[in-house]
Design a protein around this ligand. Structure first.
Ligand SMILES: [Zn+2]
Ligand SMILES: [Zn+2]
Length: 118
């Protein structure tokens, strides 16, 4: 399974199937990130491991109150990250955002945080 498929599977179970998926890429060419998220408020940002640039995912960082530093079950903190989005019917307004991550050490994939857009 790849990360997009995993997010799709998760989003289907959640009842808001993703319409789009995009991997996070840094302007420096970096593809590995640390992932910080707030599951309660719903928000996340990623930090590029190459250049330390911070990527605000879907302008959600403003909602973060207490960020968790995400670590895989295998203790690794380097991830490839992808964002899936579900839209309202007949609309291009985002309804639900899913942030998935793929561990660079053990290849475990999962959705780390998701939220309904306010
Ligand atoms: Zn970078
Ligand atoms: Zn892992």
């Amino acid at each position: 399974m790849n990360l997009e498929q995993e997010i799709k599977r998760y989003s289907k179970m959640n009842g808001y199937l993703i319409a789009t998926y995009e991997p996070i890429n840094c302007a420096c060419g970096g593809k590995e990130f640390n992932l910080h998220s707030d599951d309660t408020e719903g928000g996340a940002y990623a930090v590029c491991l190459e250049c330390k640039a911070e990527h605000d995912l879907e302008n959600s960082r403003q909602y973060i109150e207490e960020a968790i530093f995400n670590i895989c079950h295998c203790d690794n903190d380097r991830f490839e990250i992808g964002v899936g989005k579900a839209y309202y019917d007949d609309s291009t307004d985002t309804q639900w955002v899913y942030v998935g991550a793929s561990c660079k050490a053990c290849e475990l994939e999962g959705v780390y945080v998701d939220w309904q857009v306010r």
